[in-house]
Design a protein around this ligand. Structure first.
Ligand SMILES: Cc1cc2nc3c(=O)[nH]c(=O)nc-3n(C[C@H](O)[C@H](O)[C@H](O)COP(=O)(O)O)c2cc1C
Length: 174
């Protein structure tokens, strides 16, 4: 967990690396496939344009898109940041367990009137983060998370994403 001065040091370091954009930082693992394909490509575009639409960002406004993405590295203004790591020797099953753990953290926060945003965006800067937070040799960054009070007025928080109907992903064998 980072707050206060350490949060600020982390935000400053990662924001300046992001601004340099010199390609020297790379994610340690691929959160997403290297190339999107259907139906995920269409869904991703739809949610992306839904968000940009709410923010008034048009196609081709790459600077504004970058500025929006950069907000990840300020924890979207949240006063507390969480960085999650896993022992890199663990296998896929433990990553599943980890996902449940993340969800529990988010639900626990929500039950207390707080809000979270899980953030895969940080993984590009895992070396910098591991250095700053003095990770052990076997610690691998899974993701970050912003934790704070929700701002229901913020346009991005009014985005309501579709859910695929059950019939699209459940096969009933009777
Ligand atoms: C593990 C994980 C990583 C995510 N990474 C990011 C991120 O880097 N930046 C971001 O803005 N949202 C990120 N998201 C948040 C999703 O965009 C968010 O859950 C979604 O917008 C909320 O949609 P829902 O309310 O329809 O579930 C991530 C979510 C998860 C679960």
């Amino acid at each position: 967990m980072v707050c206060g001065r350490t949060r600020q040091r982390l935000v400053d370091a990662v924001c300046s690396a992001y601004d340099r954009a010199d390609g020297s930082y790379q994610a340690e693992y691929h959160y997403y496939p290297r190339e999107f394909f259907e139906p995920y490509l269409g869904r991703r575009r739809k949610s992306g344009w839904g968000l940009y639409g709410l923010l008034g960002i048009q196609k081709g406004e790459t600077e504004r898109m970058r500025a929006q993405h950069r907000k990840n590295f300020e924890f979207f203004g949240a006063p507390v940041g969480l960085m999650f790591s896993i022992d890199r020797r663990m296998e896929q099953g433990s990553w599943l367990d980890y996902g449940m753990f993340l969800q529990n953290v988010m639900l626990a926060a929500s039950a207390r009137g707080l809000a979270t945003c899980a953030q895969g965006a940080w993984i590009d800067y895992h070396r910098l983060i591991a250095d700053l937070l003095k990770f052990g040799e076997q610690e691998q960054l899974v993701c970050g998370m912003a934790l704070g009070y929700p701002d229901p007025e913020a346009p991005e928080n009014t985005l309501a994403l579709d859910r695929a109907p059950l019939s699209e992903y459940v096969v009933v064998h009777d």
